[in-house]
Design a protein around this ligand. Structure first.
Ligand SMILES: CC(C)(COP(=O)(O)OP(=O)(O)OC[C@H]1O[C@@H](n2cnc3c(N)ncnc32)[C@H](O)[C@@H]1OP(=O)(O)O)[C@@H](O)C(=O)NCCC(=O)NCCS
Length: 179
């Protein structure tokens, strides 16, 4: 078995869309559902995307997008650091096919995200639903720090608690514990 991570090619998208449907069945990620997987895989303001492949077959991916004023993570990061959101990128759309987990595909995808941001002098912040325990463990393994908590209200009106994380160089102070 060979695992590879490389920049995403358009020809990867059908296999990634099929993997995404499996991920949604398994993890309820993304919470808003997967009515249009191909559109979901290509968020607005996309900067870069990477594919993880096992034996040449796409099994997972991650994207990095420029932050927008409407991003909860950007708002919290800006309050936390006082910096301009032009300096911020948001990783998103990270998933790995449930049949190919625990082989470090998620870790290697996030290494690419971090390297790209570093090379382009961009800070990184993002939100993650508290229910997504594996993702939170992975981010904390990478040294990401929790800088806030939010409630995400998705399209069905359902409220989902989430945390905002940043890489340590993107947000030097942790969330201040409440008294
Ligand atoms: C989060 C996610 C991407 C992680 O993918 P992954 O490829 O399994 O990640 P990794 O293999 O790098 O790491 C996952 C675990 O495998 C372990 N692992 C990695 N390589 C290993 C190895 N060779 N042997 C044993 N364990 C290993 C890691 O230590 C980690 O352990 P932990 O979960 O107990 O902390 C995946 O679980 C997923 O798609 N989840 C649903 C979608 C989601 O939540 N996305 C994030 C939204 S913000």
């Amino acid at each position: 078995m060979s695992l590879e991570v490389r920049p995403r090619a358009t020809s990867d998208l059908p296999a990634l869309a099929a993997a995404l449907i499996k991920v949604h069945d398994h993890d309820k990620y993304p919470v808003e559902g997967v009515a249009d997987p191909l559109a979901w895989l290509t968020p607005d303001r996309l900067l870069a995307a990477w594919t993880a492949l096992v034996d040449g077959r796409p099994i997972g991916q991650a994207t990095l997008a420029r932050a927008g004023a409407e991003d909860d993570a950007a708002r919290i990061w800006q309050q936390h650091t006082g910096r301009d959101i032009d300096q911020l990128a948001i990783p998103a759309r990270l998933f790995v096919d449930p049949d190919h987990r625990h082989q470090r595909a998620g870790l290697f995808l996030l290494h690419e995200v971090q390297a790209f941001a570093r090379d382009h002098h961009l800070a990184i912040a993002f939100d993650v639903m508290l229910k997504d325990h594996a993702a939170i463990r992975l981010y904390e393994t990478l040294g990401c720090v929790r800088i806030g908590t939010i409630t995400h209200t998705h399209s069905h009106g359902q409220a989902e608690p989430a945390a905002v994380y940043a890489t340590p160089d993107s947000a030097p102070h942790r969330e201040t514990p409440r008294a």
